[in-house]
Design a protein around this ligand. Structure first.
Ligand SMILES: NC(=O)C1=CN([C@@H]2O[C@H](COP(=O)(O)OP(=O)(O)OC[C@H]3O[C@@H](n4cnc5c(N)ncnc54)[C@H](O)[C@@H]3O)[C@@H](O)[C@H]2O)C=CC1
Ligand SMILES: O=C(O)C(=O)COP(=O)(O)O
Length: 595
């Protein structure tokens, strides 16, 4: 039975294959070389140092030189600008990473054309509306952006448009250059004492607000998600959308383009504005219904508009751009020397880090895990994947895996333990051995959902020192039969539990049996009637087959009753050796598990 994408169909069990870790998956096309400078400065813990082939990074739009140089220390860099969509799709299959600005559409076709090679898309800027995030996630491709380096540039451009619009600078300049001297025509309006509504009080919006206060404006803001205290600290009142647009003399747009903000300014909302309002847009063209804006300008509802961004860029035969009360710039918000160098370095670092298997702090479609948290969680990340891999191999063929419960035993308060990465790695461990899917921390949740696999998480709050983030991880699969009945808990679920000891993941419980075997190499689990000589018998069969035993532990319910022996082996035992183990009279059942 093949695994299906339908959410109502179970996962089916098929033979295990070995899989790579998330880190090596990200870096799997080649063994990446990294310069000591990059390694020491940015990526001390997760770098792959081997000096093999370099990854290829396609830079599809102009990027600051410092960023390109940084990339070149690590990768083969192909700077190819102005590619057609078809050319991009052709090139992408040869690239491990792609860097774009706002001018390149990274569509689903791009991800499909990459044939799985594309690991990271770096957006050298803030807005990621030109990247198909759903497609990126489905393909396990990380998307990172550079969210901070152009904030001030965008805010300064907003202020530049606000001031130049109010004094007709662009129109007056064009007229002087045309040989005219029209001092009466270009009388402007003052900013001081006027009300500015900042729509979207994020990084750019709050910097615009700060600067507008300095110009003596009364600043209000609308942002459903912004904390009121941050606004208060700047002397800005957060108000409703309707109040903002109805009371403003100037409106400055600073929200992202999302389905909720698409055409948020339209005929209906223009009708609610003060007659003679002036609008600045340095966010995204799509947040304004451009035809409606033309109508509002013609009707005098909107006296002027200053626009840096357009629904289609560059705009074609646009009535809006040609309108005499419109000032237009060609998406220049982020275009200062300083911002472009900053953005280039920020995105180059994020892309190199991601290719090295780091979890980028600016990930847009994956859990963002700060470096300190990641370093603390690292051994548990390995434990999580191994437990997932192990538990799914205990499911009897033909069973469907639908429902998994993960319990984290921790003395940390729930808020202090971010389990998203652990859940992703358990999911990877669960799915990869039984399907052809490539799973990483980017697409783990998506893949689980697509396969109808429910993963519930529970916390078991322990007393004691919360020094270590976790004491144990337990993974249970319910409503399945097991090929190793001893792995079933009293309540009938397949259950395994593990801990990290001295930095190494250990299996510590199988069903109700306590064991202790390090999760390296492979494992034989064997239930027997507890009696002297069993370890020796199994050990000698393995040694005769030239299989090195790395670990052995026996967990029993009571002396001379049932016991489970867990044996760690470095090599895969032959079929013959496994058969002989099964034939030992006291052995009731056994299973060989690849980790
Ligand atoms: N023209 C240009 O060259 C540049 C444009 N931008 C654009 O400016 C916008 C803002 O950028 P940042 O401030 O860095 O982003 P940000 O994420 O820091 O701020 C966006 C704010 O918008 C708010 N928001 C979301 N939905 C909203 C809604 N329905 N109504 C009101 N507010 C809403 C969010 O809560 C957030 O506080 C983005 O669209 C970005 O792409 C940014 C840099 C340069
Ligand atoms: O960062 C953003 O969101 C921008 O709009 C800047 O776009 P750009 O990188 O200049 O094409």
């Amino acid at each position: 039975m093949a695994a299906s994408a339908s959410s109502s169909v179970n996962l089916s069990i098929k033979p295990t294959r070995t899989s790579l870790s998330w880190k090596t998956h990200l870096a799997s096309t080649s063994a990446f070389a990294v310069s000591p400078r990059l390694a020491n400065r940015h990526y001390p813990r997760f770098v792959i140092f081997s000096m093999g082939a370099k990854p290829t990074v396609l830079v599809a739009e102009k990027l600051g030189e410092a960023g390109v140089n940084l990339l070149k220390e690590f990768a083969d860099v192909d700077c190819s600008y102005n590619l057609t969509p078809e050319e991009l799709c052709t090139k992408i299959s040869l690239c491990d990473a792609l860097i774009v600005r706002s001018g390149t559409k990274v569509s689903r076709e791009v991800f499909e054309s990459s044939g799985g090679r594309l690991k990271v898309v770096g957006r050298a800027g803030v807005g990621i509306d030109n990247v198909d995030l759903a497609a990126a996630t489905e393909h396990g491709c990380l998307v990172v952006n550079a969210p901070t380096a152009n904030t001030v540039a965008a805010a300064e451009h907003g202020i530049a448009l606000l001031t130049s619009m109010s004094r007709n600078v662009a129109q007056a300049d064009a007229s002087v250059k045309a040989g005219k001297w029209l001092r009466n025509k270009y009388v402007g309006v003052s900013l001081v004492g006027k009300t500015l509504a900042v729509m979207g009080f994020g990084k750019v919006g709050s910097e615009v607000a700060r600067r507008a206060k300095g110009l003596g404006m009364h600043v209000i803001a609308h942002d459903p998600y912004a904390p009121a205290d941050r606004a208060r600290a700047l002397g800005v009142e957060l108000v409703s959308f309707d109040k903002a647009i109805a009371s403003a003399d100037f409106i400055s747009l600073h929200m992202p383009l999302t389905p909720a903000t698409n055409k948020i300014l339209n005929d209906g909302t223009f009708a609610k504005m003060k007659k003679g309002v002036r609008i600045v847009n340095v966010a995204r063209g799509g947040v304004i219904d451009e035809d409606a804006l033309v109508r509002a300008l013609d009707a005098g509802i909107v006296a002027q508009a200053a626009l840096d961004v357009f629904t289609v860029e560059p705009p074609k035969d646009s009535k809006l751009v040609l309108h005499e009360n419109v000032t237009a710039t060609p998406h220049l918000g982020a275009s200062t020397m300083e911002a472009q160098e900053g953005v280039a370095v920020e995105i180059a670092e994020a892309v190199v880090g991601a290719l090295n298997g780091e979890l980028a702090a600016t990930a847009v479609n994956a859990p963002m895990v700060p470096a300190e948290v990641l370093s603390e969680l690292k051994p548990f990340v390995a434990l999580a994947e191994k437990l997932g891999k192990l538990v799914v191999q205990l499911v009897a063929g033909g069973s469907g895996v639908k429902s998994v419960t993960v319990t984290y035993g921790s003395a940390r308060a729930p808020d202090d333990l971010d389990t998203r990465l652990l859940r992703a790695m358990i999911t990877k461990g669960l799915i990869e051995p039984i399907s052809s899917a490539f799973v990483n921390f980017v697409n783990a949740d998506f893949t689980a959902k697509q396969r109808g696999l429910r993963i519930a998480e529970e916390r078991f709050l322990l007393n004691g020192s919360p020094e270590s983030p976790l004491e144990f991880i337990q993974v249970q699969i319910s409503s399945v039969t097991s090929k190793f009945a001893s792995a079933l808990s009293d309540s009938g679920e397949i259950r395994v539990e593990g801990k990290v000891k001295d930095g190494i993941p250990h299996l510590t419980k199988v069903g109700s049996f306590e064991v202790d075997v390090s999760l390296e190499g492979s494992i034989i689990l064997c239930r027997q009637v507890d009696q002297p000589g069993m370890i020796g018998k199994v050990g000698s069969i393995l040694s005769e087959g030239n299989v090195n035993v790395s670990f052995m532990s026996v967990g029993r319910i009571a002396p001379r009753k049932h016991a489970v022996m867990a044996i760690g082996v470095d090599e895969q035992p032959s079929k013959e050796s496994l058969k002989r183990i099964g034939e030992i009279p006291a052995v009731e059942e056994f299973v060989y598990l690849k980790i």
